[in-house]
Design a protein around this ligand. Structure first.
Ligand SMILES: [Fe+2]
Length: 384
């Protein structure tokens, strides 16, 4: 029965005309109200039933473990107390009507919980932006940059559910934080290449005295929009760093900002070759006498581990969306993205290098966030 249900869910999901249904086929989305409602209901049901399934498996496991423990306990008692205990343990324990009613109500409540949670994630949590203010200590930071503030926005994914109005709200929140510089870490579009003009127009409202800089994400790479969206950003004064650096000068001192594309390649071999090329380019772009900050959309593959060896001081990334479904508040790393990636959300440190993975403001796949709110981060750089 369970296998049949899973096959059914897979068939429905696979035939649905969206990201899963068409793989990574980019298309023009239909933005009519009926489509938005239909997609919202579908994803609410899809995520709700998946969560319910996970809950049933978890409860089933606990229930079976309890039964086995009770059986083992009875056996142990039988062996120590002999026939009397054995007789008493064989007496059936009929469930009273009151207890049955209670169990039924509990079962209904538990099975409804995932659907309530999915609804909350769709209607509220997905848009409930959190401003995070990490302090980043950098021992080599030039004195003039002590207290310098960089805001990061990532994974915009303009789409049916990440509208220009919502992005505009995020732009306003970022501007109100009054950062010195703004860093964008890729994935501006979702699946609709025709939306690149709109997302650029909206992000053009960002303001920072030292400028707005960015790198590209895998959605730009896979959609073939890297050149076009870079030109659109440039026309609005936003600098997309593609294997390039932008020295930021303050009080006669310099901080080096580097941006890198996602690795390219039609085959595994080509892709690996490009990873090595990108690492060589990063090394060439680094400035030895100052702090080097790398904008790289994703951690492909183990990019942070490798750039830490090169001596990058701070890497700003996105891509994971914090898993979108996360129990990080129970234990760090308990989220969907951790099935694939080591670094999913927040701050990490390795060999003196630091990484910050921003959860992004948009969504892909299902338009639901639970335990992984959209995030705008603003870093305060510090010498200590
Ligand atoms: Fe993304």
């Amino acid at each position: 029965m369970v296998i049949a249900d899973l096959v059914y869910l897979f068939v429905i999901a696979y035939s649905f005309p969206t990201t899963i249904g068409q793989g990574h086929t980019f298309r023009a989305a239909y933005y009519g109200l009926s489509n938005i409602v239909f997609e919202a209901v579908f994803w609410w049901w899809f995520v709700g039933s998946m969560l319910a399934f996970a809950l049933v498996v978890a409860f089933g496991t606990v229930e079976r473990a309890t039964r086995v423990a009770a059986w083992a306990y009875r056996k142990a008692r039988q062996s120590t107390k002999g026939r009397v205990a054995a007789a008493s343990s064989s007496v059936a324990d009929p469930v009273s009507p009151g207890r049955r009613h209670f169990l039924e109500q509990t079962a209904v409540l538990i099975s409804a919980t995932p659907f309530v949670a999915a609804g909350y994630g769709l209607l509220h949590s997905r848009l409930d932006v959190e401003v995070v203010r990490p302090r980043i200590p950098l021992a080599r930071l030039p004195k003039a940059f002590d207290g310098f503030r960089i805001a990061q926005l990532s994974d915009i994914h303009i789409s049916l559910f990440t509208t220009a109005d919502y992005i505009h709200r995020c732009v306003s929140i970022t501007n109100e934080l009054k950062p010195d510089l703004i860093a964008l870490t890729g994935d501006y579009i979702a699946w609709d290449t025709e939306q690149q003009g709109e997302v650029v127009r909206t992000l053009a409202g960002l303001r920072a005295p030292f400028g707005v800089f960015g790198c590209l994400g895998n959605h730009e790479e896979e959609s073939g929009t890297e050149e076009s969206i870079t030109r659109l950003f440039a026309a609005k004064g936003i600098h997309i760093l593609r294997q390039a650096r932008a020295p930021i000068v303050l009080g006669g001192e310099t901080l080096n900002l580097i941006g890198i594309d996602e690795p390219h390649g039609r085959t595994e071999t080509e892709w690996r070759r490009d990873v090595h090329r990108k690492l060589r380019q990063i090394k060439e772009l680094m400035m030895p006498e100052t702090v080097n900050i790398l904008l790289s959309h994703g951690d492909f593959p183990h990019m942070f581990d490798r750039v830490a060896e090169l001596g990058i001081d701070l890497m700003l990334a996105g891509h994971t969306h914090g898993g979108q479904l996360s129990l990080d508040f129970v234990h760090r790393g308990l989220n969907l993205s951790h099935l694939i990636y080591d670094y999913n959300s927040g701050w990490y440190e390795k060999n003196g290098a630091q990484l910050y993975v921003n959860r992004g403001i948009g969504t892909t796949g299902f338009p639901i966030r639970l335990g992984a709110r959209p995030e705008i981060s603003v870093f305060e750089l510090s010498r200590t």
